[in-house]
Design a binder for this molecule. Sequence first.
Ligand SMILES: Cc1cc2nc3c(=O)[nH]c(=O)nc-3n(C[C@H](O)[C@H](O)[C@H](O)COP(=O)(O)OP(=O)(O)OC[C@H]3O[C@@H](n4cnc5c(N)ncnc54)[C@H](O)[C@@H]3O)c2cc1C
Ligand SMILES: *[C@@H]1O[C@H](CO)[C@@H](O)[C@H](O)[C@H]1NC(C)=O
Ligand SMILES: *[C@@H]1O[C@H](CO)[C@@H](O)[C@H](O)[C@H]1NC(C)=O
Ligand SMILES: *[C@@H]1O[C@H](CO)[C@@H](O)[C@H](O)[C@H]1NC(C)=O
Ligand SMILES: *[C@@H]1O[C@H](CO)[C@@H](O)[C@H](O)[C@H]1NC(C)=O
Ligand SMILES: *[C@@H]1O[C@H](CO)[C@@H](O)[C@H](O)[C@H]1NC(C)=O
Ligand SMILES: *[C@@H]1O[C@H](CO)[C@@H](O)[C@H](O)[C@H]1NC(C)=O
Ligand SMILES: *[C@@H]1O[C@H](CO)[C@@H](O)[C@H](O)[C@H]1NC(C)=O
Length: 551
Amino acid sequence: MASSNYIMVSFFMVVLWSCCCVLSDNTTTTPEKFYQCICNNSDFSEPFPTAFFTPNDDTFNTILNSTAQNLRCLVPSVPKPELIFTPMTEPHVQAAVICAKQLDIQLRVRSGGHDYEGISYISDMGSPFVVVDLSKLRGINVDVEENTAWAQAGATVGEVYYRISEKSKTLGFPAGLCTSLGVGGHITGGAYGSMMRKFGLGVDNVIDARIANANGTILDRKSMGEDLFWAIRRGGGASFGIILSWKMKLVTVPSTVTCFTVAKTLEEGATKILYKWQQVADKIDDGLFMRVIINVVDKKEVKGERTVQTAYNSVFLGSADTLLQIMNESFPELGLTQKDCTEMSWIESILYIAGYPTNTPPEVLLQGKSQFKNYFKAKSDFVRQPIPETGLEGLWKRLLDEDSPLMIWNPYGGMMANISESETPFPHRKGVIFKIQYLTLWSQPDQELATKHVDWIRKLYNYMTSYASMFPREAYVNYRDLDLGMNKNVNSSSSFAQASVWGNKYFKNNFNRLVQIKTKVDPENFFRHEQSIPVLPPTFTRKRKGKRSNH
Ligand SMILES: Cc1cc2nc3c(=O)[nH]c(=O)nc-3n(C[C@H](O)[C@H](O)[C@H](O)COP(=O)(O)OP(=O)(O)OC[C@H]3O[C@@H](n4cnc5c(N)ncnc54)[C@H](O)[C@@H]3O)c2cc1C
Ligand SMILES: *[C@@H]1O[C@H](CO)[C@@H](O)[C@H](O)[C@H]1NC(C)=O
Ligand SMILES: *[C@@H]1O[C@H](CO)[C@@H](O)[C@H](O)[C@H]1NC(C)=O
Ligand SMILES: *[C@@H]1O[C@H](CO)[C@@H](O)[C@H](O)[C@H]1NC(C)=O
Ligand SMILES: *[C@@H]1O[C@H](CO)[C@@H](O)[C@H](O)[C@H]1NC(C)=O
Ligand SMILES: *[C@@H]1O[C@H](CO)[C@@H](O)[C@H](O)[C@H]1NC(C)=O
Ligand SMILES: *[C@@H]1O[C@H](CO)[C@@H](O)[C@H](O)[C@H]1NC(C)=O
Ligand SMILES: *[C@@H]1O[C@H](CO)[C@@H](O)[C@H](O)[C@H]1NC(C)=O
């Protein structure tokens, strides 16, 4: 008896001693309970302020703001998390899932913070929530023998590109143009960049992943199975689990690539040239990514008047000579010349297309910082038939009405057309000529201003209806747009029907398969947000099962 008491006592002493997590025997607030629960369920044993931030802390706003890209989502009227937790190891993430479940609190996951509607750090669903911010999980391991890399979710794509180029000048990875994107959220939604026409998207080039599922269990490709591995490759962020890391298959890039940016205003014949671009952009050499950035600028000739500018912002996987030949043959209207072209290494082209000033050292990528932040609202369209010149003219009129409009047209074709619509949940493949991203930017927190700009972009989107893809009108899930609809009542049996509206736009026919997989792996709908994949209500599932067994 005595000895077993002794063992018990020393056991508790060891527990108390090794864990400085016990705040008091009276932890009443959710953050305190969450903290204790994390300590109870992982090896976490640091003091509260090392990884937990509540709105009362001085550092809370610094952490919340750190990677939040859309300032519109940070204004005071927007709901704030009760707690931000920054896990340092995978087991801390597992514990976060277990604890959010145990304490019945909604969980949001943030990697790079670039979500267009901020749903990685805000919640519109009316209940308290915690943010698990993965910014401390940013390890990258490049294996040049195997031509692969593992990257943790909190790393930025810029860091991944840098670590690859550090080891090899002829290897790369085809993901986003903006270098501060987080590996976790970005790849989960597709991830296009300047090599998409040659190699496809980031999701087309990942070969394994580690995720924490709704039970907090860590799974890799083998243990999760091919259905779930299919779903997490662009089933949209945070519906199936928390991505801990991705394994990427690296691609071969030439030692010399060529970049150019050629701008044409309306006065310089922009409309006709852009009409021609629509005939060639998806058919031209797979190594050429020629996007068009469209905005409004002051006229050079007439002071105080504005005009529309179209800038052809491009990366070619090859030499300037070859590029000039291709352009001369297929797109002479742009008038590209030798002096427009700059030859450089692949990593330099990453800095070029991301908009860094010439001669910025690539080490800047290791800072993992975004270059600019605005208040913005964005929408997207896929175009399957060239927009006629009259349509373009109507578009210019609308752009000229707005303070800071921006459109980015990004060509498809090449490898994008060679991958079937159901290969991954990303369905915008064959037949897409280009994708449009519409943006309106502003620089003040003012709510009236926000409403005015949001109204403008909604009207623009209406105007574009007849030129965009139809049945469904497709949209890019990584350009999240809550105007398309959202999950309001997660328990309502109509949520599947509601979600189908935006689900079909983002995923086309793949939406149904995503719902089936979601229902199987997360039946309690633990991973949920405004546009998460819904689960089928139990009666619906039974009916379906019944139906299937009849066949
Ligand atoms: C300036 C800018 C430039 C962009 N450029 C490109 C581009 O070139 N190409 C392109 O394809 N897209 C681009 N995007 C869109 C971008 O891919 C998406 O916004 C993407 O979701 C960002 O991922 P993140 O990790 O940075 O964002 P976050 O806001 O952290 O996350 C986005 C979503 O994914 C979820 N999520 C985050 N981490 C995880 C995780 N570890 N596991 C599961 N779910 C997670 C979040 O909860 C949220 O729903 C751009 C966006 C911005 C703002
Ligand atoms: C426990 O919490 C309650 C409510 O916040 C408080 O009134 C009480 O004083 C606390 N007790 C101790 C021992 O901290
Ligand atoms: C943590 O563990 C202790 C000791 O077992 C227990 O008393 C406490 O309730 C737990 N707290 C949470 C939040 O899980
Ligand atoms: C965070 O962002 C908000 C909104 O832009 C701003 O008002 C606040 O000053 C910022 N705080 C910090 C500490 O960066
Ligand atoms: C462009 O093509 C024309 C004929 O198609 C040819 O005469 C001209 O030399 C070419 N120019 C360049 C720079 O290749
Ligand atoms: C796409 O398929 C076509 C036809 O099979 C082929 O010619 C082309 O090289 C492929 N493109 C890429 C980038 O693989
Ligand atoms: C949904 O249903 C579950 C279980 O019935 C319940 O615990 C939860 O509070 C409900 N959530 C909402 C938002 O109604
Ligand atoms: C979670 O755990 C429960 C109980 O052990 C089990 O029935 C269920 O299948 C698990 N779910 C997942 C997604 O692993």
